[in-house]
Design a protein around this ligand. Structure first.
Ligand SMILES: O=c1ccn([C@@H]2O[C@H](COP(=O)(O)OP(=O)(O)O[C@H]3O[C@H](CO)[C@@H](O)[C@H](O)[C@H]3O)[C@@H](O)[C@H]2O)c(=O)[nH]1
Ligand SMILES: [Mn+2]
Length: 768
């Protein structure tokens, strides 16, 4: 957006809507990249040379593994350039919006809230998310909130019926008192003024919550809770053969903006519950399918030009957020190819050191600024305001949907509860509606990846759309994080599978992406797509140097060699810059430490198992689905989480690989210490000692979970035993390889000594 750049830089116009400026660290980043790049090339040269002059098979294989790992790291480093070359930050001036646009002219806004399972995503939480957006500081009758319930649960519908009643009190209360936290849970959980009015509302909220939770506990909506024939009729749709995978579409208008009023007599927003039709023989495409159904159902009912996509746990923290979006979408200087305005994913309830790296600062904050300096941030699934038009083909040529009523410029001129509107809504929520249409391929959210957000944003950028990153000082939204290790790893495994689905498709960012968007955007997207291959260098560095150390084989340069300094520079440079990025983005040292630790842990678990799952999927052996992350909290577990204690508790193959790595590193490090005390080859084993020592420090929570804990989150004994056996097997296999190769080598030496001596060897392998 060149126009705004000029305006932002040169005027302090009272009608200014937004500015954009480059980040100061850009110059440093560029200079550092210019120094770091040759160092990487030198390392590759070093490996190549070592490889060619390898005197032994062990040396050859070890060098090959290191070369391959370092090539992967080098590729990933290149992709980070996108985020470092021209990062920008933006500011908006929402207070100026009304100077250029009357409130009555504000565009309508359709909000989508997705939920999929009342037990993993407690309905009261979903209700809080919806209430906060219904209470936006925006003309109420222009807002329509659509709840998509992929769990097909009467319990969720019940919660929203209650929410609709409560909202008629809550909305006027928020507006009169100018409240900032408009989700009741956050408001009553914060330090709020206690007036008789607020106490009254609090009681209402609590009583609603008790009802909703009680119904959830019972698993059914009891008769005593049904207050009208209309409600009874709605619940009657849950007939005896209604299951979550097989049921007709349910669409229920709970509040109608054309006639429902709050207790002060002002109009309410629309509130619509929708559960799309499902049956076992038609694919439903998980969240992407849900969002496409939402685009169509909302299209048939209100068809607002702006669409906000939210996950059920993503609560608004600032009622003026839509005004910030209007700063872009209603600025006459904004080019028509702006598709979406993305807010960062920020979270509440993360523990001090963020043990599971749930904050994802790099993905959700740092990288976004880098993308924003090129074509804009990627879509991250929630907290994103779209222009509805962007779902229908590239900016210059509209792809018309199969029926004119769904076209982005169609004006709905009938009441949302009219027979014709409701029957169209049911039709477009049908599970076979998309057959032989462009939905999922050219229109709406794109199918084919479990990370539908990443994939759709990528495809939109490829089509020539742009986006903007909006990161106001007061966070616009807060989400929930997984609070158990297995949930965090499973979430990352799902992402890994989804990312590989894109990386190895014909739309791979590295090829198609680079061609369509140029190298910067293409490579930036490629970084995420190829995340799972991080498990190659991480696994290699977690096992190879240690196994070699245990077998008294030294595979890195000695401290006295100049090559050692290259290694030191590369390691310290990468870690140092990473640290700097993190701290400059407001991170703490503790969280940075967790961030790097969890990156390693993911490499050994989620990325590794995700890759396996993906490749088995390609062979048709397994199929991956969208396992929803639990947002429900277990009191004891959440107490441990708050104290920063890792939650194992259940047996999982992912814990086995993690624990095996921890064990091997501990043993290798101890063995190294013994060597050091004996005074053997200090210089030669330094790098390997350093790597295993570093891993040992990172693995402290694992040792603690194995040996020092007694709570239900400790390492299950089955996992410890399996991991120990695995570590033993790996060690035995490595010794066998190292020794047999040494034998072969020894024999070779004897036979070919004269020839052998004439080959110059740079390596220290087996030469002690
Ligand atoms: O079949 C499904 C599965 C999930 N969801 C919804 O999708 C959202 C995200 O699910 P969650 O389990 O919270 O996944 P996360 O990994 O935490 O979500 C991140 O990653 C997802 C892609 O994997 C994106 O869709 C999300 O927006 C992004 O926050 C939730 O609101 C779910 O209700 C559905 O509507 N239908
Ligand atoms: Mn989530």
């Amino acid at each position: 957006m060149k126009g705004s750049l000029v305006r932002g830089a040169t005027t302090d116009d009272a009608r200014l809507l937004h500015t954009v400026k480059p980040l100061r660290r850009t110059i440093f980043n560029r200079v550092f990249a210019a120094i770091y790049a040759p160092a990487i090339l030198t390392l590759i040269y070093y490996h190549a040379k070592t490889l060619i002059f390898s005197a032994t098979l062990v040396s050859f294989s070890a060098t090959l593994a290191l070369l391959f790992s370092d090539l992967v790291l080098a590729f990933m480093w290149v992709t980070t350039l996108t985020f470092r070359i021209c990062p920008v930050y933006r500011k908006q001036f929402p207070e100026n919006v009304e100077k250029i646009l009357k409130r009555s002219d504000f565009p309508a806004l359709d909000v989508f809230v997705c939920t999929a399972d009342p037990y993993k995503e407690p309905p009261i939480g979903v209700v809080n998310t919806a209430l906060a957006v219904m209470a936006y500081d925006y003309p109420a009758e222009k807002i329509s909130v659509y709840i998509s319930d992929d769990g097909g649960s009467a319990l969720t519908l019940f919660a929203f019926m209650e929410a609709a009643k409560f909202a008629t009190h809550w909305l006027p209360f928020c507006k009169k008192n100018n409240i900032l936290e408009r989700s009741p849970e956050s408001y009553f959980g914060s330090n709020h003024p206690c007036t008789s009015e607020s106490e009254k509302i609090k009681m209402m909220y609590e009583s609603m919550k008790v009802k909703v939770e009680h119904v959830l506990e019972r698993g059914t909506v009891g008769d005593q809770y049904i207050t009208s024939d209309q409600e009874r009729e709605a619940f009657n749709q849950w007939s005896s053969n209604f299951t979550r995978q097989d049921h007709p579409a349910v669409i229920q208008v709970l509040l109608d903006a054309s006639k429902d009023k709050d207790v002060d007599g002002y109009l309410m927003p629309n509130l619509i519950y929708m559960s799309r039709e499902k049956n076992k023989s038609s694919p439903h495409h998980f969240k992407a399918g849900a969002l496409n159904a939402l685009i169509r159902v909302s299209g048939s009912m209100t068809n607002a030009p702006i669409v906000l996509a939210l996950d059920c746990d993503f609560r608004s923290n600032d009622p003026r957020t839509p005004l910030r979006v209007l700063c872009y979408l209603c600025d006459p200087a904004t080019p028509p190819n702006l598709a979406f305005v993305q807010f960062p994913q920020l979270f509440q309830g993360i523990n001090t050191s963020d043990i599971y790296n749930a904050e994802y600062k790099r993905l959700f904050q740092i990288n976004m600024l880098g993308f924003d300096g090129v074509s804009g941030p990627n879509y991250v699934g929630t907290g994103c305001f779209f222009r509805r038009r962007s779902f229908f083909g590239c900016p210059t040529s509209l792809i018309s949907p199969e029926i004119p009523e769904l076209a982005p410029d169609y004006v709905v001129d009938k009441p949302i509860q009219s027979q014709s509107v409701l029957s169209l809504a049911h039709r477009v929520a049908g599970c076979n509606y998309e057959n032989q249409t462009n939905w999922g391929s050219k229109i709406g959210l794109r199918y084919g990846s479990l990370v539908e957000d990443y994939y759709t944003g990528f495809r939109l950028h490829c089509e020539g759309w742009k986006s903007v990153f909006c990161n106001p000082e007061r966070p616009a939204f807060f989400g929930d994080v997984p609070t158990s290790l297995i949930d965090a790893l499973n979430q990352q495994k799902r992402w890994a599978v989804g990312l590989l689905e894109v990386a190895f498709s014909k739309y791979s960012p590295a090829t198609y992406g680079v061609r369509r968007m140029g190298p910067l955007m293409g490579l930036g997207y490629a970084q995420a797509a190829f995340w799972p291959i991080w498990s190659i260098p991480i696994t290699t560095y977690a096992f190879l140097p240690q196994l070699a150390l245990l077998n008294k084989v030294y595979i890195f340069p000695k401290v006295s060699e100049p090559w050692f300094f290259l290694y030191a520079f590369l390691f310290l440079g990468a870690y140092g810059q990473d640290y700097l990025d993190f701290i400059l983005a407001g991170g703490s040292v503790q969280r940075w430490w967790s961030d790097q630790r969890f990156w390693i842990a993911r490499g050994l678990t989620s990325y590794f198992f995700g890759s396996m799952e993906f490749f088995l999927g390609c062979l048709g052996i397994s199929a991956s689905g969208f396992t929803v992350t639990s947002k429900a909290v277990d009191a004891e577990q959440s107490k441990r989480y708050d104290q920063g204690i890792f939650e194992f508790g259940v047996h999982s193959p992912m814990f086995v690989s993690l624990t095996s790595a921890a064990i091997i590193n501990l043993i290798a490090f101890s063995q190294g210490l013994v060597e050091v005390f004996r005074g053997n080859n200090l210089e030669g084993l330094f790098v390997q000692m350093f790597i295993s020592g570093f891993a040992v420090v990172n693995s402290l929570p694992v040792y603690e979970a194995i040996a020092l804990r007694n709570d239900s989150g400790k390492m299950p004994i089955k996992t410890t035993i399996t991991a120990t056996l695995l570590a033993g097997a790996v060690y035995a296999a490595s010794s066998f390889i190292f020794i047999s190769v040494t034998w072969v080598h020894a024999v070779t030496i004897l036979l070919y000594l004269p020839i052998y001596r004439s080959i110059p060897s740079l390596d220290v392998l087996l030469m002690q």
